[in-house]
Design a protein around this ligand. Structure first.
Ligand code: NMX
Ligand code: MLT
Length: 435
């Protein structure tokens, strides 16, 4: 057993004791009441899941095991000569709950490198899809095809003690994270680069190697990928991709089945697909205005037109956040440092000045501020990745770090099958009438 796995086991055993104590001594204590509006309106604000890896504050934004994004950028190990945190370090932090050393990060980099082989039938399954297939569909098909490799599913079929579930989930997690960049890069090169694939470079870190396999040798793009993979990794447990992965995993579906389910949720336009929608929206606006840098007034008119057509302004609003997303700010800082004169980036910043007051005017939008997706596309376009339908796959590769670390915890804590109660509107009406 590797030392990270041993460390995880010790942490999980300790937390198990605390959780058992919490449930035994305080199990009947109420957290909050649930209203009818919450039940009809997406369960907003209902605390119903435990996720150890990160916690979201409506005003401050995300903290991973207590560390904010600026703190991660400061404290996590970097690539040689780099300034952005390595995603390996964030994964270690989410899984173990402690900041990693350089050695921990190198251990994960080389472990994921060693485990990154993807069997040919996965590529065959992707190849069987028409080239026009959306990259997110290719991605989930690839992950599903890889399910043949699940050690958890194999061990379960052979019969294992429930105390050992965590161990197989840990192995599946490590193998899946190791292989995802190869699958994603394969999809990108297949769909957009005539099938000219690039072999992995075992000397690079996980995100650096991903950038390399996508076909980007620019150091700036590698740094962007490291930052991108860190900031998209986790957003506590209630978001659609994390919640779905957790829910499906609660049926003891393995990491491949659970994660691909989560990715189908990420592929929705109100969730991860919003990153492609943002750039599509900006490009359509620019095209409609005849190219170049639109003025604030022109952007304002385009926002109003979008709203009048009954559409949402992509990249703005959030189910929990009530301030500018710190993930947006981190990308803005990256852009100010590396590409301050990029025209698309300047449009993103002018949209940021323009959209919030208009959304506020509507009176119903709870959060008029930008989320993570409002900025990411402009950075990618700058380095040459213009194929915006691929952007959600990048989000998905990153999201694996958080939701799979959480799946290890789910099995480590022996969490139950998730099965909340549902009722009919007829039941609600009778309830209101006091029947
Ligand atoms: N543009 C226009 N209308 C909006 C927006 C927006 N960006 N955000 C919220 N609203 C509307 C929303 O559609 C709803 O209208 P109605 O009552 O007519 O159905 C009303 O404002 C109240 O919604 P909220 O309670 O503020 O938002 P909710 O928690 O339901 O939804 C989002 C959150 C993120 C789904 C919503 O803000 C949205 O659709 N944003 C645009 C899509 C987007 O950027 N998604 C990415 C989220 C981040 N991610 O990566 O996952
Ligand atoms: C996320 O990163 O998952 C999104 O911001 C959506 C959410 O938190 O609900």
């Amino acid at each position: 057993m590797g030392y990270i796995k041993e460390k995880f086991k010790v942490k999980a055993d300790d937390l198990n004791v605390e959780v058992k104590d919490l449930v035994k001594n305080h199990g009947s204590k109420k957290i909050e009441d649930v209203t009818i509006a919450q039940v009809y309106q997406g369960m907003r604000g209902i605390t119903g899941i435990v996720t150890e890896t990160s916690l979201l504050d409506a005003n401050e934004g995300i903290r991973f095991r207590g560390y904010s994004i600026p703190e991660l950028r400061e404290h996590l190990p970097k690539a040689p000569g780099g300034a952005e945190p390595l995603p390996e370090g964030l994964f270690y932090l989410m899984l173990i709950g402690e900041l990693p050393t350089e050695a921990d990060v190198q251990y994960l980099s080389s472990m994921w490198g060693r485990r990154s082989h993807v069997p040919n039938h996965v590529f065959d399954a992707i190849e069987a899809l028409p080239i026009t297939t959306h990259p997110m569909t290719m991605f989930t098909v690839g992950i599903m095809a890889l399910q043949t490799e699940s050690l958890f599913a194999k061990a379960y079929a052979e019969g294992i003690n429930k105390k050992d579930y965590w161990s197989y989930m840990y192995e599946d997690t490590m193998n899946l994270i190791a292989r995802l960049p190869r699958i994603a890069a394969y999809i990108y090169r297949r769909k957009y680069k005539g099938g000219q694939h690039i072999q992995p470079n075992g000397m690079l870190d996980w995100a650096g190697n991903f950038a390399h396999m996508l076909g980007y040798s620019d150091e700036g793009f590698k740094e962007l990928m490291r930052l991108y993979m860190v900031i998209h990794a986790d957003h506590e447990g209630g978001n659609v991709s994390a919640h779905t992965t957790h829910l499906v995993g609660s049926a003891l579906s393995d990491a491949y089945l659970s994660f691909s389910a989560g990715m189908n949720g990420l592929a929705g336009p109100l969730h991860g697909l919003a990153n492609q929608e943002v750039i599509k929206w900006i490009l359509s606006m620019r095209e409609e205005l005849g190219g170049g840098m639109p003025t604030k007034e022109q952007i304002e008119a385009y926002v109003r037109k979008t709203l009048a057509e009954g559409k949402v302004v992509p990249g703005y609003g959030h189910a929990v956040l009530r301030k500018t997303d710190p993930r947006f700010t981190a990308q803005m800082e990256f852009a100010k440092k590396h590409l301050p004169n990029d025209e698309l980036v300047k449009i993103v910043w002018t949209v940021y000045e323009t959209v919030p007051p208009i959304l506020q005017e509507l009176g119903k939008v709870k959060n008029p501020w930008p989320n993570v997706d409002a900025h990411s596309g402009a950075l990618l376009v700058h380095y040459g990745m213009v194929e915006y339908e691929f952007y959600t796959v990048l989000f998905g590769v990153s999201r694996a770090l958080g939701v799979l670390a959480s799946l290890c915890w789910d099995r480590g804590l022996g969490l139950s099958l998730e099965r909340p109660k549902s009722v009919t509107t007829e039941w609600m009406k009778q309830f209101v009438e006091g029947k």
